[in-house]
Each structure stands twice: as structure tokens, then as C-alpha cells.
Ligand binder design. Structure first.
Ligand code: ADP
Length: 475
């Protein structure tokens, strides 16, 4: 593959195209290569190995696990450029964003390498003099994860590393569109000295089979999923039978609110970053903008001017800020949402064009009303619908009027309003005067139908630990 210096990162590419998954470059449509499509028997063997490997891993010290994970972190950063190129080739995001994602993905490795040492239990004051009471934290066992294509490295590391740091083994099934990045980071874990069987990547053209196998296997104790709410529901249903622990990071419909006292230039900057990163294909992307009547015209004029300057094209080319959408279906969905909004009375103030291939122009829609379909649905593309609002009370009702509750954003300089609105928004995450809030040190996750559980921060480790209560009597 073009200009990848460390070819060992691509060791997963296979020749046997008959039982393989073709990986495409969304910018050109070219086939980049093939990865294996594992069948049920092959994945069952991986699960067995993971079960065996976990038993010895759980007996190692957190310190030793941290040493290995820290080496992995260093290798990811040493290979940042190659990993970024692989990511842009298979996912499409601009190279600068891919470099950023490699560093972001690596930050979870570094964070959890350390945090694994702090899986503290407690000693609890006893109500009976002849007893002593304590808790210890133990790894859940084998953890399996299913991840999406929008963050091909970070979605793997922020699940795999807390699992490994806690003493679990981990099996990841990346999306068929972007398996190369996952295989590449896993190869670096091997080079870092992670014992065999503890971290496995499996790929299959039959995602349903893998989901059923993971959820039904008695050898797997934990399922972590990032993807659509629709598939999350299926996996929760399937996991019910064996009462597995689940973490679900599902869809979002983030409101981005600009109050009358906001710093408009800062809001425009935050809106651009929040909406157009990864061509609008993130679950925390601003999905709908509510702008106060008194600053609406100013915000829209400045925002549309900035959006018109975004540069669409192949993410490997210099100066590109918006890459292709992941596939044809993604583009069709975006086009349909724009057409419907226009039919319902919205105006196209910037963009609106199909740019051929899988490219769609970054678009600003105005005259949007809260009840339009584009406001209700997760857009997952570079479209910004802007709604005019008049008072705070109805604004909060509109912002919370969704089944989702992942990220939300607002701009205001009034400290009373900042607390009131942050507390009133029914979301797992609130960005105040900030459009990009993800970091390894903070708990990422949603409420309502956006999911269960948290990733990153100390809470991210809890997802892979059981609490055991020990009572010593007869003292
Ligand atoms: P997206 O719209 O982002 O592709 P999906 O929820 O469809 O979101 O996909 C996220 C991940 O879930 C991918 O790895 C995909 O292969 C996998 N997946 C899709 N459908 C199923 C299913 N029925 N069971 C298990 N995994 C699935």
C-alpha cells in the first residue's frame, strides 16, 4: 500500500480473495486489499484462546500490565504517520484528522495503562465486632467488542485497553469498512510484548453471525458496542439470555445552542469543529443548531461564510478538510434528508451539492423548523440545520425532545444560565463554550437511548471489573 513504511502493520492483508472482505478507499472506490472473513469455527477458536490467556493474565500484576501497555502506547505514537495513512485510505478522513485520531486512540492506552494500577477495593467499617468486611475488584473475564467505522482506532483502544488493564482478554470485531487500522494497532500490541491470545481482532462479512456468537458464548462475560441504537438493541436482547454485562455507546442527536449572550465568533468556531469533523460522521457531532433570534442572522452569515471555505476531497491531499462519506448509502441518506428539508421549507444557505463519488458539500440549511425530519434523525453527514428560537424554556424542551441523550453543546457567557442549562439538558455530556469535548480523562457516554456505561476516565475501567465482597467472620 502507498507509502506505508512499517509493512508489518499490514500483515492482516490476505491473498485469498474468495473468503475475504475487500477494503475500499472511499475517496476513489479502489480496492486497498483484503482481510480474512472469519467463520464461526475460527471465531470460536479465538474465544477459547482468549479464555485460556485471560486466566494467566488475571494473575499478573497491574504494574506488569502497565509496562506492556505503555510500550504499546509508545509504538502507536512511533507509527503515528503510517497508522494515519492507513486510516485515511480506508476511512476517508483528512490526514490531519487521522493523525489526531491516532494520538487520541493512543491516549486511552496511556491513560488506562496507569489507571489499571488504581483498581482499588475498600475496607468497610463492620456493624458486627466479630467480622471484617472488604471488597476487591476483579476482571470480568473475556470481553468482546463490536466497533464502527468512524473512529477505526480510538473505538478499539478505548474498549480494549481498560479491559486489558483490568486483567481481561479482549476480542474486537471492527466494522468491515475499516478493519486495517484495527489489525494494525493490534499488531503493535503484539510487538509491545502482549502475550498471545489476549487481544484478537476478528473480521467477518457476516456481522450478524459474529454478534450472535459473542452474545451467546458462555466464555464471554462482557459485550461492549459502539454503533447504531438499532443494532445496540439487538445485541442487548441477545445478551439477555446469558445475562452478560453490556456497555452500549449508541446514536446521538446533539443540539448545539447559541444564546443571545454568546461570543458569536467562538460559537462559529465550535460549530465548525463539532459539525464537520469526520465529515459529520460522529455520534457526538452537532446534529441541529438552535440560535437565538437576536443573533441568528449574525451567526448564520459568519457560519455559512466559514463553511463555504471548507475544502472537500481526498483526505491524503494537502489542505483537505472534508473527506468522502463512508459509502453510497451514507451519501444517499444525506441527500434524502436535504431534499426532504427543502421540500418542507428549508433554504440552502451554503453547499447543498452532490460533488460526485462519495463526496457531499458541507451544507448549511436555514428556515429549519424543529418538527422537520432532519432535526429528528441522526444525520451522520456534513449538513447543519439551523433553527431560530425565542425563549429559553421552549428551547430546553426542544433540545430534550429526542430519544437520544449523548452529547449537547451551548454557548453563553452568563454563569447562572450556564449552570441552569447544563443541568437541564438531558444528555450524558455537555460542552459549554466548546465544540470538541472528547478526552481520555473524562467519562464519555449517553443517557436515554444513547446507551449504557462510560468510556474513558476511571469509570471506563469499572466496565471491565466486578466488585467482590469478602466477609471474614469468627474473629
Ligand atoms: P453504522 O451505521 O455506524 O454502520 P451499525 O450499528 O450498523 O452502525 O454498525 C456498527 C457495527 O455493528 C459494525 O461493526 C457492524 O458490522 C456491526 N453490526 C451491524 N449489524 C449487526 C448485527 N445485527 N449484529 C451484530 N453486529 C452488527
Amino acid at each position: 500500500m502507498e507509502q506505508i513504511k512499517n509493512l508489518s502493520l499490514l500483515s492482516s492483508l490476505c491473498e485469498n480473495v474468495n473468503s475475504a472482505i475487500a477494503v475500499h478507499n472511499p475517496a476513489t472506490g479502489d480496492v486497498l486489499g483484503y482481510v480474512p472473513s472469519h467463520n464461526r469455527e475460527a471465531i470460536e477458536k479465538v474465544i477459547e484462546k482468549a479464555e485460556t490467556a485471560q486466566k494467566s493474565w488475571a494473575k499478573t500484576t497491574a504494574k506488569l500490565r502497565a509496562e506492556i501497555l505503555s510500550r504499546w502506547y509508545q509504538l502507536i505514537m512511533d507509527n503515528q504517520e503510517d497508522l494515519a495513512r492507513i486510516m485515511t485510505l480506508e476511512q476517508g478522513k483528512p490526514l490531519a484528522e487521522s493523525r489526531g485520531e491516532v494520538a487520541y486512540g493512543a491516549s486511552f492506552v496511556q491513560w488506562f495503562a496507569e489507571e489499571g494500577k488504581r483498581a482499588y477495593g475498600e475496607t468497610i467499617p463492620t456493624p458486627l465486632t466479630d467480622r471484617r468486611i472488604m471488597t476487591i475488584r476483579q476482571p470480568v473475564g473475556v470481553a468482546a467488542a463490536i466497533t464502527p467505522w468512524n473512529f477505526p482506532i480510538a473505538m478499539i483502544t478505548r474498549k480494549a485497553v481498560p479491559a486489558l488493564a483490568a486483567g481481561c482478554s479482549f476480542i474486537g470485531k471492527p466494522a468491515a469498512q475499516t478493519p486495517l487500522s484495527a489489525y494494525a494497532v493490534a499488531e503493535l500490541a503484539r510487538q509491545a510484548g502482549l502475550p498471545e491470545g489476549l487481544l484478537a481482532i476478528v473480521t467477518s462479512s457476516d456481522a450478524v453471525m459474529v454478534g450472535e456468537l459473542f452474545c451467546s458464548s458462555p466464555k464471554i462475560q462482557k459485550i461492549s458496542f459502539t454503533g447504531s441504537t438499532h443494532v445496540g438493541r439487538i445485541l442487548m436482547r441477545q445478551s439477555a439470555e446469558s445475562v452478560k454485562r453490556v456497555s452500549m455507546e449508541l446514536g446521538g442527536n446533539a443540539p448545539f445552542i447559541v444564546f443571545d449572550d454568546a461570543d458569536i465568533d467562538a460559537a462559529v468556531k465550535g460549530a465548525l469543529a463539532s459539525k464537520f469533523r469526520n465529515a459529520g460522521q460522529t455520534c457526538v457531532c452537532a446534529n441541529r443548531f438552535y440560535v437565538h433570534d437576536s443573533v441568528y442572522d449574525e451567526f448564520v452569515a459568519k457560519f455559512a461564510a466559514e463553511v463555504s471555505k471548507l475544502s472537500v476531497g481526498n483526505g491524503l491531499d494537502d489542505g483537505i478538510t472534508i473527506g468522502p462519506l463512508i459509502d453510497d448509502n451514507a451519501k444517499k441518506k444525506v441527500q434524502t434528508l436535504v431534499n426532504d428539508a427543502v421540500a418542507q421549507g428549508a433554504n440552502i444557505t451554503a453547499g447543498g451539492d452532490d460533488l460526485g463519488g462519495q463526496f457531499f458539500a458541507p451544507t448549511v440549511l436555514t428556515h429549519v423548523e424543529h418538527n422537520m425530519s432532519i432535526v429528528k434523525e441522526e444525520i451522520f453527514g456534513p449538513i447543519a440545520p439551523v433553527i431560530r428560537f425565542h425563549d429559553d424554556a421552549s428551547l430546553i424542551d426542544m433540545a430534550n425532545d429526542t430519544e437520544y441523550g449523548l452529547a449537547s453543546y451551548f454557548y453563553s457567557k452568563d454563569i447562572n444560565r450556564i449552570f441552569a442549562v447544563a443541568e437541564a439538558l438531558d444528555y450524558g455530556m455537555v460542552g459549554v463554550n466548546e465544540g470538541i469535548i472528547s478526552t481520555e480523562v473524562a467519562p464519555f457516554g449517553g443517557v436515554k437511548q444513547s446507551g449504557i456505561g462510560r468510556e474513558g476516565a476511571r469509570q471506563g475501567l469499572d466496565e471491565y471489573l466486578n466488585t467482590k465482597y469478602i466477609c471474614i467472620g469468627g474473629m
